[in-house]
Design a protein around this ligand. Structure first.
Ligand SMILES: [Zn+2]
Length: 208
């Protein structure tokens, strides 16, 4: 979410180098604010603290912080050595992207695992929560495939603008779907606590 904004501002730099491997069409020349391990830890803490202050929901704050930090860990697996440990520090990366087939398999499995966790811990409260989720999941897969087969983008500002527009669009859509789903974990707890057959509260802060 942050990188396209910094890219557009010129605070971070990338080049389009093209080539046969669709995962390696960019050279990430400099992105110390959005992609160094140390700044990611700081972003994770900031997001967790702000969320805790706003909602009072400590577990949710920890989960959010871990999710923010997971970005760097996942990028560490896929990127070539271009991720700095700290701004200006030594770049690292295991380079899974060097193998397009390996990348699609690993990222596909991770996507399926993430969807499975979400499906087993939430349940739809309405059609919007059920069909909206499947529509979102389908569009995410289609956009992944489209990015792989569409070739290099026209320019770096186009990449940045596309990242901002579609990044926030997907976040807003996911939030909309999530508001129409209940926490199945909350329902199980309520049942164990003798709460009867009443509907579960909304996912998140209602079930700390
Ligand atoms: Zn990244």
């Amino acid at each position: 979410m942050l990188w396209p904004v910094l890219l557009l501002l010129g605070w971070e730099r990338a080049r389009i180098v093209g080539g046969q491997n669709p995962f390696l069409i960019f050279a990430f020349d400099s992105y110390p604010i959005s992609h160094s391990l140390v700044t990611l830890i700081a972003w994770a803490l900031l997001v967790g603290v702000l969320y805790r202050a706003r909602t009072g929901y400590g577990t949710g704050a920890v989960v959010l912080g871990v999710c923010v930090l997971s970005h760097w860990v996942l990028d560490f697996v896929t990127h070539r050595p271009d991720l700095p440990i700290y701004p200006g520090g030594p770049p690292v990366g295991l380079g899974l992207w060097n193998s397009p087939a390996g990348t699609v398999v690993v990222e596909g499995l991770m996507y399926v695992a993430g969807v499975a966790i979400y499906l087993t811990t939430t349940r739809a409260r309405s059609g919007g929560g059920r069909y909206g989720l499947w529509a979102l999941l389908a569009v995410l897969v289609l956009s992944y495939v489209a990015a792989l087969v569409s070739g290099p983008p026209p320019s770096v500002p186009a990449v940045a603008l596309g990242g901002i527009v579609f990044g926030w669009l997907f976040v807003a859509w996911a939030a909309r779907v999530d508001r129409r789903r209940d926490s199945a974990v909350g329902a199980a707890c309520a049942a164990r606590a003798g709460g009867g057959a009443g509907p579960a509260g909304p996912a998140g802060p209602a079930h700390p």
